[in-house]
Design a protein around this ligand. Structure first.
Ligand SMILES: [Zn+2]
Ligand SMILES: [Zn+2]
Length: 129
């Protein structure tokens, strides 16, 4: 079942298929393949999902509630404004969801505010905390 839309409708979590497709832009931390699924048994109401590598079954957390994340991590919006699109050079992206591929590798899945191109940005933020 695909639910998850609050009454106001101001924020919607991304669709599972969309997240699975975009995870393909990343590489598995273990086997380096790029074929992932979302394990829907572990989808939590707070937006924490679980991505699974289809090759080696390595699993990792995927966070889809970015509204909450941005509210609790006030420095992130500033960093997002600094990211520039490699296609159109526009500065400033929106954060769609993120995945923690390993303790050292957090990946942001972002959309360019200019040309709407979707791409990934590796975050090393956690490493400095
Ligand atoms: Zn793998
Ligand atoms: Zn762009």
């Amino acid at each position: 079942m695909n639910v998850i839309l609050c009454a106001g409708g101001h924020y919607m979590l991304p669709a599972v298929q969309e997240v699975e497709r975009r995870l393909g832009e990343a590489k598995c931390a273990i086997c380096k393949q790029s074929s992932f699924g979302i394990d829907q048994r572990f989808m939590q109401a707070d937006g924490e999902w679980r991505g699974v590598c289809k090759k080696c079954f390595y699993s990792f957390p995927v966070y889809t509630d970015m509204e909450f994340y941005l509210r609790t991590q006030p420095d992130i919006p500033y960093r997002l404004r600094e990211i520039s699109c490699t296609a159109c050079k526009h500065r400033g992206v929106s954060l769609d969801f993120r995945a923690t591929m390993s303790v050292r590798e957090s990946i942001y899945f972002v959309t360019c505010g200019g040309c709407k191109r979707q791409f990934t940005e590796k975050s090393s933020l956690e490493a400095f905390e």
